[in-house]
Write a protein that binds this ligand. Structure first.
Ligand code: BES
Ligand code: ZN
Length: 601
């Protein structure tokens, strides 16, 4: 592969769909959630636009989907047609090839999903907060929509959709669409998504869900056991929405609600339009982890309004979003919080740059032949954000904000490539500020590994003042109980812990733990930072907490480093034992990426 030419801009190497012949414009979905058999069963009707006068086969993406019949035709007169499945690719799934009658503009596919569908998690009541009802959620990004809907699973194609979701009575279904909190719990839920979105933003959640408004346009769906706490924790969401609109342009999606998922959700959050999916592990009680909400909200501009054309261009989604997140945090919580969030992001970036091959440090990353789930890192997030921060610093914040506002407007509801962005930058900022910006440096940021010389280095005074304290304690000059941690924020705790050396003595670990009750920390980020230290140093008093953490939380941002750490610190057996115990409750993605860490390929 190394000898291959560079990836072609705008080509999606992760889809079989022949999007130059046809594009899907609208999806009409009718699915029944069968919790007993863990299958979604029903029909997807696709309205297609023909881009060629010829009549080639229509090729769709699927993964482990059982297609039982396909009809096609014009408008409502559909006839049964022939279809075949191609060869299964381990990363991409299986192409579904459909012979179309001449002029056909509609295809109806009857199918059911596999119980292990990669984009669906079926939860037992035991895995929910209420413990009484099952739960289902989907996670389509990056290439898992094809495991629950046969479609053109590429971010280059945008479609509107409508859906009927049939559930057991007593449960509520919600989607990345126009949710109605008043909908009767009669087992049938109707949805409409009038804005065209890429397939990776189609999402379904089903569970014992209640709704509580947080503001005029914002609210939370959650199990009743979590609803109040979630609404309180995220009460600033409406303010976040307002400041983002004021500074970066109108919110174009009508409502912005949150869906709080069970803790096995493999991510912190997912920006499903109108309804971000959120891990409950960020409900810390003190709003310390709400940057996650700012992040998912920001995707309503960077990602959902302007979408990466292929997964190589993911930095356009995540880098812009990370930059906007910091800005939103500053608007809502002030300068100190902003500095701390930025500094933590910078440290994450440095950590990733330290242990990644050069080729994976390139923002426009070459993903050919690779599974996007395996390549996931902070690079598109934090390097992308730092790049934009440098542009901001160079042209001035006011000018940069004006640029961003126009950018969101210019490419609204389009999918763009890295090269489209660079071309736009050349026509705008580069032309306006030739003395401040240069193209070579921009190319270096985007197409070279590492970060360019002289890149900004965000720091926070609230952090740097902890460095001498940590040092004094490490040198034995002060006791842990001498440290005045009364007013420390979560961010400061994280900085303090993450800056500890590789090895600590048993006495040092005990002293930290007995003084600050770290093993018992209720803040999952602090618990994580502490458990990383504990695993590295084989600190046994934290073993039970580690096992509990790994079996009750499915967020890969925590699980991957912890399992990797166990494997690298002579605790392979522990890693295997805990993983096997936790596996039945993990999401398919969590199983996949952590098996790789534990068992190799
Ligand atoms: N869209 C991402 C999650 C994602 C990215 C899923 C790529 C699959 C492929 C989401 O917005 C995200 O970035 N979540 C982060 C949030 C954090 C950076 C604040 C997460 O889940 O940790
Ligand atoms: Zn994101």
């Amino acid at each position: 592969m190394a000898a291959k030419a560079a990836p072609e801009s705008g080509v999606d190497y992760h889809s079989f769909a022949n999007t130059n012949d046809y594009t899907v414009k609208h999806l009409d979905l009718d699915l029944t959630a069968d919790f007993d058999n863990k299958i979604l069963k029903g029909e997807a009707i696709l309205d297609i636009k023909r881009l060629t006068p010829k009549n080639p086969e229509l090729i769709l993406d699927t993964r482990d989907i059982d297609v039982t019949a396909v009809r096609a035709g014009i408008g409502d007169s559909l006839e049964e047609v022939k279809f075949s499945l191609g060869k299964k690719d381990p990363h991409l799934g299986t192409p579904l090839k459909i012979k179309l009658p001449k002029g056909a503009n509609r295809v109806a596919i009857q199918y059911q999903t596999a119980p292990g569908a990669s984009g669906v998690q079926w939860l037992e009541p035991q895995q929910t907060a209420g413990k009484k009802h099952p739960f289902l959620f989907t996670q389509a990004q990056a290439i898992h929509a094809r495991s629950f809907i046969p479609l053109q699973d590429t971010p280059q194609v945008r479609m509107t959709y409508e859906a009927t979701i049939r559930t057991p009575e007593a449960l509520r279904a919600v989607m990345s669409a126009n949710n109605d909190p008043e909908a009767e719990l009669d087992g049938v839920f109707e949805f409409e998504m009038p804005q065209a979105i890429p397939s990776y933003l189609i999402a379904i959640g089903i569970g014992n869900l209640d709704f509580k408004p947080m503001g005029e346009r914002t609210g939370v769906y959650a199990e009743p056991e979590l609803l109040e706490a979630a609404a309180k924790e995220f009460e600033d969401t409406e303010d976040m929405l307002e400041v983002t609109e004021e500074n970066f342009g109108p919110y174009r999606w009508d409502r912005y609600d949150l869906l709080i998922l069970p803790p096995s959700f493999p991510f912190g959050g997912m920006e499903n339009p109108r309804l971000s999916f959120i891990t409950p592990t960020v409900i810390a009680g003190d709003k310390s982890l709400v940057a996650l909400i700012a992040h998912e909200l920001a995707h309503s501009w960077s990602g959902n309004l302007i979408t990466n054309a292929s997964w190589r261009d993911l930095w356009l989604n995540e880098g812009f979003t990370t930059y906007l997140t910091n800005r939103i945090m500053q608007f809502v919580y002030g300068d100190e919080r902003y500095q701390m969030e930025m500094a933590l992001g910078y440290d994450d970036l440095q950590a990733d740059l330290a242990d990644r091959p050069d080729k994976d440090e390139i923002m426009a990353i070459d993903l050919r032949g690779r599974d996007p789930d395996e390549v996931f890192s902070n690079i598109p997030y934090e390097k992308g954000s730092l790049f934009l921060y440098e542009l901001e610093q160079k042209v001035g914040r006011e000018n940069f904000d004006k640029f961003l506002m126009e950018y969101f407007n210019h490419f609204a509801f389009q999918s763009i490539t890295t090269e489209d962005f660079v071309a736009y930058l050349k026509k705008t900022l580069l032309q306006q500020y030739p003395d401040k910006l240069d193209e070579a440096r921009i190319n270096e940021w985007i197409f070279q590994p590492g970060i360019p010389e002289g890149a900004p280095h965000p720091t926070s005074d609230a952090f740097t003042k902890l460095d001498p304290i940590r040092k004094q304690w490490l040198n034995g000059e002060i006791k842990a109980s001498d440290i005045d941690t009364k007013d420390w924020t979560f961010h400061q705790w994280k900085y303090f812990l993450d800056g500890m050396p590789e090895k600590l003595s048993e006495d040092q670990l005990k002293e930290l733990d007995s003084t600050f009750s770290l093993t018992q920390s209720k803040n999952n980020e602090i618990a994580f930072s502490w458990l990383m230290i504990a695993v590295r140093n084989q600190y046994q008093p934290a073993d039970a907490r580690l096992e509990d953490f790994l079996t009750s939380i499915g967020r890969n941002k925590f699980l991957r480093p912890l399992y990797r750490n166990l494997m690298e610190n002579g605790q392979e057996e522990t890693a295997k034992r805990i993983f096997e115990k936790a596996k039945p409750g993990y999401h398919p993605l969590t199983v996949k990426v952590n098996s790789k860490i534990i068992y190799g390929d």
